[in-house]
Design a protein around this ligand. Sequence first.
Ligand code: URP
Ligand code: ZN
Ligand code: ZN
Length: 467
Amino acid sequence: MRTLIEHGTVVTPSDTFAADVLIEGETIAAVGKNLAALFHGNIDRRIDATGKLVIPGGIDVHTHLDMPFGGTFSVDDFESGTISAACGGTTTLVDFAIQPQSGPGQFGSLKEGLGIWHEKAAGKAVVDYGFHMIVRNVDKTSLADMDHLVKHEGVTSFKLFTAYPGVFYVDDASIFRALRKTGDNGGLICMHAENGPVIDVIIEEAKARGETAPIWHALTRPPRLEGEASHRVLALAEVAKVPLYIVHLSAAEALEQVREARDRGVRAYAETCPQYLFLDQTNYEEPDFGGSKYVMSPPLRAPGNNKSLWHGLKLDDLQVISTDHCPFCMKEKRLGENDFAKIPNGAPGVETRLYLTYQGVREGKISLNRWVQLNSAAPAMIFGMVGKKGTLAPGADADVVVWDPEKKHTLSVKAHHSKADYNPYEGREVVGGPTHVLSRGKVVVEGGQFIGKKGDGKFVKRGLTLA
Ligand code: URP
Ligand code: ZN
Ligand code: ZN
């Protein structure tokens, strides 16, 4: 099958130029001018990209599909989650597999956790996916399994938490051991950086005063405690002499720590997410328990905080935009109707990332090329997919988005493909959106319709970080 995307404007992290993109089977064959002439019309499918941008498919390195959390499960499985991703122009996900736990101190192995996640995804995903592994118990077996996952399974990154005591929290010594391990095997540690034990004390205090409303989720997780935890884990990585990646960075106080660490020469990397760029703490005040829609950790921050994040994205103190897609329906959110601490943490976002962040391009906050880098090229580089994903270079997987820079779209639960029964950006009008989305050469979205096939998504065995 030979597909030609013609007359478009190709955008890479460094260049913007008029070119056709030729796809042979599942891979990019050529990028250049007048490619149709070279084949004398011997082309199976032509996509006219006149007036459109042609970009590498989005890569979202932070999703939680079919995840047991907060007394329930995130509502998108690998089918609905990847359909939602594809419809928003994202063609690769890296989801978080979890080390199982059956009771206090009773942990399964990382290998078992990986097996569970392969089962969840197999036959369901519609676009390609990889896995990180959440490590909740750093013992000898886990450390040996980390080597195995990096060397043999294509799972080359691990998430550890300084938050959620009793669920995912691990102590500093555990973090340091895991960091040292990546010094041997080349893996990358990703950190959820909030001071969980102190947050739990503040939650206890708020509950004792009778506070129940969703806003207290934010008020009990002060930004300084994200800054503090970020400072700490960056110091541990500095001493261990390994790179570190901070996930879902929300607070200016945390960004400051990343910037300072980078200035000291630490290989510190961080992502932020659209919710921290486009929403703020005032959303928790929405009536009728509406604030619960935005309960996620870290929480939305004070109005104005997002200005620092945009600067960070522009100046490369933040390298990646991911989504932390972890959707729940209002039924699940209502588990915390009388106790803000019981509201499941997370919100949908995988479908809206490119739409939203493209508004930053339109408003001059980031360049078009930087937009491609943050959403596609940099995640490929940091998470071991260079040459295969996040690029339109010949030989790469033909994951391509034709993006109409003038398309008008209203973000809404009525338009999205996630199973979540609300959209955090309900009614927001955006300009720019995908007209065609190709996953390994196959058109999976056309004219806003999903036309791909369940099970076509393949597991991506990732290599080591190039960060
Ligand atoms: O609220 C969130 N972020 N839910 C997903 C779990 C995590 O910490 O990423
Ligand atoms: Zn997290
Ligand atoms: Zn997450």
